[in-house]
Design a protein around this ligand. Structure first.
Ligand SMILES: [Ca+2]
Ligand SMILES: [Ca+2]
Ligand SMILES: [Ca+2]
Ligand SMILES: [Ca+2]
Length: 370
C-alpha cells in the first residue's frame, strides 16, 4: 500500500511562529506545566478517561505508540532533565487530538504517578515500545545512573513508582546502575527489524555513536549493531530523536521504521528505513530554522487520519503543544495546536486561513489557559 502524499500544506514555517523576541520572552517564562498547573490538573476523571481509552486512545509524550503515547514528566531544566515528576496518560481521539469525551475545561488525563522526586530528578530518557509481549506498550526508562527499567504493559490503570523503594510487579530491570547506558543520550523505539513488534531501539550515545538493538525483551538488549561510529556531528548537534513510519512502508511483514532527528540548529531530518539502509544521507524535512530550536520533546505515533505512525507530537519551550499530522519523510504534516502556550507568555502567531488551523486545533483543546 502506498502512502498518499499530503495535500498542500498551510503555512507552517516561521510565519506561524514567534519572533525571536517573543520566543525569548516565552523561554524566560516558567514552563506551562508548573507544579501549580499540574496540581490544578487533578483530580483526574479516571472513569471518563478509562472510557476514552478504548479504541481511540492516545496519549501524549514519551515516544511512539499506536494511538497511545506516554507523556514524559512535564517540565525540564536547562539540561533537559525533567523537573516536575508527575506522569500523566492522555487518551486521544485518533484524529490528531486529545479524546473529546471529556468535559470542557477539564483535563482528560490519568495520573500514573503523583509529583515526586524520582521521576523529576532521576529519569533521563523515557520512551515507549512493546518489548515484553502482550500487544501492549511498555514504558522504558533510562535513569541518570545508567539503570534501564521497563514497566510492562502500561495503560490507564498502571501505577508507576514514586520512590526508590517501590518496585511494582511490572517492573523489569534490563540494565543495572552504572551500566554503559549512562552514556545514552537518546533512545528512539520502533520497528526497525526482526519481528513485527515495536521492540527495537535506535540509541544515540554521548560520543556521537549511533547503534541499533532489535527485538529487545524482558531479558534485555540483543543484536546491537552500529549505525554510525563515534563522530562530532552527532555528538555535538543531534538533539531529539524519535522513530516513526514517515515513508509509509512498514507492515507486519516489513518492519521498516524511519528515524526522525531534530538537530541543534532546528534542522529536521528523516533517515528512511533504518533497518535495511542504516543511516544514509537522510531526507530534509525542514532546513535549519530558529523555530525548531525551541522544540523540547518530539514523539511520533499513530494519532490519526491514516494507518501510519507518522504523526509528530511536539512540546515547545514555552509549553505549547503541537501535532504535525501525517508527516512525510520530506515534509512536515499539517499542524494542529493541542495546547496553547500559557496566557501571558503566548507567543502570538498568525494562524493561517486554513479552517483546520482553527477548527481542528482549538476544538480539541483539553487544556485551556486560565
Ligand atoms: Ca508489552
Ligand atoms: Ca523488532
Ligand atoms: Ca520506512
Ligand atoms: Ca497519521
Amino acid at each position: 500500500m502506498t502512502k498518499p502524499t499530503n495535500p498542500p500544506l498551510p503555512p507552517s514555517g516561521d510565519e506561524l511562529k514567534a519572533t525571536p523576541e517573543e520566543i525569548a520572552e516565552a523561554r524566560a517564562a516558567e514552563s506551562y506545566w508548573t507544579p501549580e498547573r499540574i496540581a490544578e490538573a487533578v483530580p483526574v476523571e479516571s472513569g471518563k478517561a478509562a472510557d476514552g481509552a478504548g479504541d481511540g486512545s492516545a496519549v501524549a509524550g514519551g515516544d511512539a505508540s499506536p494511538g497511545k503515547t506516554l507523556r514524559a514528566p512535564s517540565a525540564f531544566d536547562k539540561k533537559g532533565v525533567a523537573t516536575a515528576g508527575v506522569f500523566l496518560l492522555y487518551p486521544g481521539d485518533q484524529n490528531q487530538g486529545f479524546y473529546t469525551g471529556c468535559k470542557a475545561g477539564q483535563p482528560c488525563e490519568v495520573q500514573l504517578a503523583e509529583p515526586n522526586d524520582l521521576w523529576s530528578e532521576y529519569a533521563d530518557i523515557i520512551t515507549a515500545g512493546d518489548c515484553t509481549g502482550s500487544n501492549a506498550y511498555d514504558l522504558m526508562v533510562k535513569w541518570v545512573d545508567g539503570e534501564v527499567t521497563i514497566y510492562k504493559d502500561i495503560d490507564q490503570k498502571a501505577k508507576l513508582p514514586t520512590s526508590l523503594d517501590q518496585h511494582p510487579a511490572n517492573e523489569i530491570k534490563v540494565a543495572p546502575a552504572k551500566s554503559i547506558w549512562k552514556n545514552a543520550k537518546g533512545i528512539a523505539t520502533g520497528k526497525y527489524g526482526g519481528n513485527k513488534w515495536s521492540d527495537d531501539l535506535v540509541v544515540r550515545w554521548i560520543d556521537g555513536e549511533v547503534t541499533k538493538c532489535t527485538n529487545v525483551d524482558g531479558n534485555g538488549f540483543h543484536a546491537e549493531t552500529q549505525l554510525m561510529p563515534k563522530n562530532s556531528l552527532w555528538a555535538d548537534s543531534a538533539d531529539l530523536i524519535t522513530g516513526g513510519d514517515f515513508d509509509g512502508d512498514t507492515s507486519d511483514a516489513n518492519p521498516n521504521y524511519d528515524l526522525f532527528v531534530k538537530w541543534a540548529d532546528g534542522k529536521l531530518t528523516v533517515y528512511q528505513d533504518v533497518g535495511t539502509q542504516g543511516l544514509n544521507s537522510g531526507s530534509t524535512v525542514l532546513a535549519a530554522n530558529s523555530t525548531w530550536t525551541h522544540a523540547r520533546v518530539v514523539a511520533a505515533g499513530e494519532f490519526g487520519a491514516n494507518d501510519w505512525e507518522d504523526d509528530l507530537f511536539v512540546r515547545w519551550s514555552d509549553g505549547e503543544v503541537s501535532m504535525y499530522g501525517n508527516t512525510q519523510a520530506d515534509a512536515l504534516g499539517r499542524e494542529y495546536r493541542l495546547v496553547p502556550p500559557p496566557a501571558g507568555f503566548a507567543a502570538p502567531r498568525t494562524r493561517s486561513d486554513d479552517p483546520c488551523a482553527r477548527v481542528c486545533g482549538p476544538e480539541l483543546y483539553r487544556r485551556s489557559t486560565r
